[in-house]
Design a protein around this ligand. Structure first.
Ligand SMILES: Cc1cc2nc3c(=O)[nH]c(=O)nc-3n(C[C@H](O)[C@H](O)[C@H](O)COP(=O)(O)OP(=O)(O)OC[C@H]3O[C@@H](n4cnc5c(N)ncnc54)[C@H](O)[C@@H]3O)c2cc1C
Ligand SMILES: NC(=O)c1ccc[n+]([C@@H]2O[C@H](COP(=O)([O-])OP(=O)(O)OC[C@H]3O[C@@H](n4cnc5c(N)ncnc54)[C@H](OP(=O)(O)O)[C@@H]3O)[C@@H](O)[C@H]2O)c1
Ligand code: HEM
Length: 492
């Protein structure tokens, strides 16, 4: 097969003949086999980007007028392959690839772009692109464009992701398709050789791959807290003394569950960093891999953080609506009536006023800081920050948000926690349970701030290692630490 790069993609340089043609006649000719949805969208996009397109159909006469733009020619498969200068898209389903075998010689030397998706997530099956490459050994097969939908192709990559994943065993052909994708307004990503094609084909089938664990964790926490609050506030009082609190199920119980879940999830964002620090301190090195569960946990902190933010935002909205409820109105009226009957003129309790203002203020501040974290997690904002700024917001302000949220909950319930009435049926309030993980994290963080631990951790994170990891030939008699060159980190 001749070198692909010697054959230009642009028709202007393709032949002297093309130079004599009018502008539109000199645009590069791209072939597309198949006249379905993807073919139509691809043709519209290519024509819009200045290419000439010839669509190859098994029965061109059956393709209704107006399906393709006027500038697109619909011909037989043979004619389309013949007209295409270099690039031919196979826009048919992979189970029909074998029907093109008769055109093998015509496709020899051309770049055959496989745009198909996998139908199931089967890791042991040969990819469609590899099958196509086996069927057409004289063509160079490039995998690509399958991750964009027909819709995204038509709307000119303004809707949905602009990323196009591309791979091929022929680097020249791949470079050509990468350039084509760029000219079409997409952001091509080179994923190497054709063995990456299976992953590319399966990519559109995977649903939020990094969100499964965090969503499941949040869901389990929600079910646990909702069930616990239902048992403690609604079911047991009803069974015990027929107290009917079922009206609380849609709003009050949800507004107790959501913040508890938010607080625990937020603690779960900052706990793995501490566990990682304990591992590093214990081992005296950062070069030993963390256990898989910790690695996975560290990689899911962004998702956990965003889910915590979602629960907090919902809690804030629910809380604003608490006083709008009919139940709140009736409770207030009843309390006022009893107060009048009891002859109480002033029900102002200074301590309660302070407590409510303090817990609300801490909650609002905590929510504000969390919003900042959520904004910086947007790629467009995060990319504008340098590493130090991002760490300051995510780690520094993140801990501030955790501390404010914990204070909000403590101010809300600290005096209830010490009254025996807060433990009906020996069950502590849900917010007390929710306070355990953030308190562990905050105390752990304070503990790690002890100078001897902080300094040792900083040294380890800069590359210092405890003597047990020194290479044997570097070991000093008696294992003296002072002799190790990395001890210079002490001076840093
Ligand atoms: C609303 C919200 C949005 C968030 N958005 C993002 C986001 O966009 N991106 C993001 O990354 N996090 C995000 N998070 C999660 C969290 O804020 C960050 O992960 C934060 O950096 C954690 O800080 P930390 O101090 O616990 O740990 P870090 O400062 O990350 O880590 C402490 C130390 O642990 C070690 N360590 C950490 N990870 C690894 C690892 N994988 N392998 C080996 N060592 C490791 C390092 O030595 C590091 O110095 C978000 C959280 C929230 C609440
Ligand atoms: N639709 C999307 O959004 C999208 C997104 C990414 C990737 N893809 C991939 O693009 C390819 C085409 O998808 P599509 O949605 O365009 O499908 P489609 O609408 O069903 O079109 C497929 C075309 O294949 C041709 N064809 C049908 N049966 C055939 C057979 N027995 N032998 C040979 N050719 C046959 C037909 O064209 P003729 O009758 O003119 O020959 C038909 O129009 C698939 O591999 C799909 O995975 C599609
Ligand atoms: C705009 C911000 C916030 C507002 C307006 C707000 C408001 C409230 C209100 C009114 C209550 C009392 C609810 C009741 O009487 O049942 C409450 C409780 C609580 N809040 Fe918030 N809050 C905010 C942010 C937060 C944040 C950021 C967290 C933690 C991530 C949080 C966690 C809690 C918890 C755990 C409770 C106790 C729930 C219970 O068991 O009743 N709040 N909040």
């Amino acid at each position: 097969m001749q070198s692909d790069m010697t054959m230009p993609l642009l028709a202007e340089c393709a032949s002297d003949l093309s130079k004599s043609l009018p502008r539109s006649q000199r645009d590069p000719v791209i072939g597309i086999i198949g006249s379905g949805d993807f073919s139509r969208s691809l043709a519209i996009r290519l024509v819009g980007c200045g290419f000439r397109v010839v669509v190859g159909s098994r029965q061109p006469s059956r393709v209704a007028k107006g399906v393709f733009p006027d500038r697109v020619e619909v011909r037989s498969q043979r004619e389309a392959i013949h007209a295409a200068e270099r690039v031919v898209f196979a826009a048919i389903h992979p189970e029909h690839y074998h029907s093109l075998v008769g055109l093998r010689e015509m496709l020899a030397g051309k770049v055959l772009v496989d745009v198909s998706n996998a139908t199931t997530l089967t890791s042991h099956k040969q990819s469609n692109a590899e099958t196509l490459a086996e069927l057409f050994p004289k063509s160079s097969v490039v995998k690509g464009f399958n991750v964009v939908s027909a819709w995204a192709l038509q709307t000119g990559a303004h809707d949905g992701s602009r990323q196009v994943l591309i791979c091929s065993n022929c680097s020249d052909s791949k470079a050509m398709v990468l350039e084509l994708a760029r000219r079409m307004g997409f952001s091509p990503v080179d994923l190497g050789s054709l063995c990456a094609s299976r992953g590319i084909e399966e990519a559109p089938l995977i649903l939020f791959p990094s969100w499964g664990g965090p969503i499941l964790t949040t869901l389990i926490l929600f079910i646990f807290f909702y069930g616990y609050i239902f048992l403690r506030h609604i079911l047991l009082p009803y069974l015990d003394h027929r107290e009917n609190n079922f009206y609380q199920l849609p709003l009050v119980t949800v507004n107790q569950t959501l913040p508890a879940v938010a607080l625990v999830t937020l603690a779960l964002v900052y706990l793995p960093g501490l566990v990682a620090a304990v591992f590093q301190l214990g081992r005296g090195t950062k070069y030993k891999r963390f256990p898989c569960w910790l690695d996975c946990w560290l990689c899911r902190r962004k998702q956990l953080g965003l889910l915590s933010f979602l629960c907090t935002a919902l809690h804030a909205v629910y809380s604003m609506c608490l006083t709008l409820r009919k139940a709140a109105g009736y409770t207030l009226l009843n309390a006022a009536y009893h107060q009048v009957k009891a002859g109480i003129e002033n029900s102002w309790v200074e301590q309660l006023v302070w407590r409510a203002d303090l817990y609300l203020s801490c909650g609002i501040l905590g929510f504000g800081v969390l919003t900042l974290l959520a904004i910086t997690s947007l790629p467009s904002v995060g990319n504008a920050l340098n590493w130090r700024e991002f760490t300051f917001v995510q780690s520094g302000l993140g801990y501030a948000a955790l501390a404010l949220s914990t204070m909000h909950t403590l101010f809300f319930g600290w005096d209830f926690a010490f009254s025996p009435g807060a433990y009906p049926y020996y069950l502590p309030p849900a917010y007390l349970l929710a306070l355990i993980p953030p308190c562990i994290v905050l105390v752990g963080r304070l503990f790690l701030a002890v100078p001897c631990l902080t300094l040792r951790l900083a040294k380890i994170r800069k590359g210092w290692e405890s003597t047990q990891y020194w290479p044997v030939n570097n070991q000093e008699p008696g294992g003296s630490r002072e002799a190790h060159p990395q001890q210079n980190f002490d001076d840093v």
